[in-house]
Design a protein around this ligand. Structure first.
Ligand code: ATP
Ligand code: MG
Length: 446
């Protein structure tokens, strides 16, 4: 019974009073992505399960433990996307973006679904801002996507985020490394969790990413991949660092970062905060040179990142980062009687056509109740019209901040409103430190 009034565990509503904050973050993210040449791609919330098994990798926690997978009524195995990259690659191949000029740069804001233990910064439905750059092996691209993420953090005025980078090499250097890892973990096989015992045979690097305390303790002494890089991977990593240096982007090299997803190669990185508790990784990304081919395309070196928007919000709130004010209605009309109601409908329509937010009471309550309602809505201006005002063709427009009232003609209401509100906004401005009476330009104010 009570189930119908309870959201599913690990999901969250964004309420109307808060949504402007999300809209601000999302608009800023898309705006910055555009400055770097990234265009938005929208893909479905579900895909064939196999896409994620192959694209995320079937030795990862995401695929082994966290996916929302079900059979639909046609008997197909469907999975709600746990991340954005696999669907983006699928769409890139299916829609022939791979035949356009490379690199193809795409970005997205999407919901993701993972069956995890909900806690601060860890939800079952969460949202990511992600970017993917298909078709470049240049380290310029690695430095550029890191700069994109950094630029978003800077624009949102987030402080104290540390950028950690690493290189996990290519299949060539990784073969050597896997051997060394296997040797190391083999001696502790019995102590590893069952999943990691299996990983030891299939993909020992995954053990480094295991969240179990025992496994992560054992992993502390494991050999690090950066010591096994081939010349090409070493050179690539050096260049990425050089291109970050020239932009004054600070970073530390953390040889322990291997990232949770199977398809990463060469550069991997994370932006980490210690302002929001244990779930401090706000953004993770890197190169995945093998993925597009793995999913049936040509050999296409590519890279990207995913940024957790709920964690970003937590961080901004913890740091008291500035958010824009919620938009308030420009005008609320208190209408009394049928004639005034008709006139109000007209004025609201004309106001909205000119880009103003204009409201009236749909419940046609008493003057007092309407006034109270206007106050709650935080309208900038208020106007009462009844039979008398309709008759005389004029009413009083009240500025709800200053309490000032100005006579306004109903016939030419919108242009009158425009002049009054603009004059009052300009009156607050100063020019060269001097107040200037802009109001006089419009023949309003004192
Ligand atoms: P974690 O180590 O915290 O589990 P991850 O390696 O699984 O993270 P990615 O798959 O790289 O995370 O996803 C990119 C980003 O998405 C993360 O850095 C994080 O900000 C966010 N994220 C991942 N899982 C969740 C979740 N369950 N709830 C909220 N945000 C998440
Ligand atoms: Mg995870």
């Amino acid at each position: 019974m009570a189930l119908v009034t309870k959201a599913i565990k690990g999901t969250k509503d964004v309420l109307p009073k808060d949504v402007h904050k999300n809209q601000y973050i999302e608009a800023t993210a898309l705006d910055i992505a555009e400055k770097f040449g990234y265009k938005e791609l929208r893909t479905p919330v579900f895909e064939h399960t196999e896409l994620f098994q192959r694209g995320v990798g079937d030795t990862t926690d995401v695929v082994q433990k966290e996916m929302y997978t079900f059979d639909d009524k046609g008997g197909r195995s469907i999975t709600l996307r746990p991340e954005g990259t696999a669907g983006a690659v699928r769409s890139y191949l299916e829609n022939g973006l791979c035949n356009e000029t490379l690199p193809q740069k795409i970005c997205y804001i999407t919901s993701c679904y993972r069956y995890e233990k909900p806690q601060a910064g860890r939800l079952r439905e969460f949202h990511q801002f992600g970017v993917e750059c298909f078709g470049t092996k240049s380290p310029l691209a690695d430095a550029e996507i890191i700069a994109l993420a950094k630029s978003l953090f800077d624009t949102l005025e987030i402080k104290d985020l540390s950028l950690e980078i690493n290189s996990i090499g290519c299949p060539t250097c990784r073969a050597e490394y896997h051997k060394a890892l296997k040797e190391y973990f083999e001696s502790r096989r019995e102590d590893l969790c069952p999943t990691c015992q299996e990983r030891l045979d299939r993909n020992p690097m995954r053990i480094l990413d295991c969240k179990s305390p025992v496994c992560s303790e054992i992993a502390k002494g494991a050999p690090v991949v950066i010591d096994y890089l081939c010349d090409e991977c070493k050179d690539h990593f050096d260049k990425v660092q050089k291109y970050l240096d020239v932009q004054n982007i600070e970073y530390t090299i953390n040889p322990k970062i291997v990232r949770g997803l199977d398809y990463y190669t060469k550069t991997v990185f994370e932006f980490v905060s210690n302002s929001i508790g244990a779930q401090g990784t706000v953004c993770g990304g890197g190169r995945y040179d093998g993925l597009v081919k793995e999913l049936g395309g040509q050999d296409t070196p590519s890279l990207g990142f995913g940024m957790g928007l709920e964690r970003l919000m937590l961080l901004m709130e913890a740091q008291n980062c500035p958010f824009p004010q919620e938009n308030a209605p420009d005008l609320f009309i208190v209408a009394l009687g049928d004639k005034a109601t008709l006139k109000s409908i007209e004025i609201c329509k004309d106001m909205r056509a000119e880009g103003f937010a204009a409201l009236m009471d749909l419940n046609q309550r008493s003057v007092r109740a309407q006034m109270k309602y206007a106050d709650k809505l935080n309208a900038k201006f208020n106007m009462v019209i009844g039979d008398d005002e309709v008759e005389s063709g004029t009413a009083k427009l009240k500025n709800m901040t200053t309490g000032e009232e100005t006579e306004i003609a109903l016939e030419t209401f919108v242009s009158g409103f425009y002049n009054i509100s603009l004059a009052e906004q300009l009156a607050d401005l100063e020019i060269n430190g001097e107040e200037f009476d802009f109001g006089s330009l419009f023949g309003v104010g004192e």
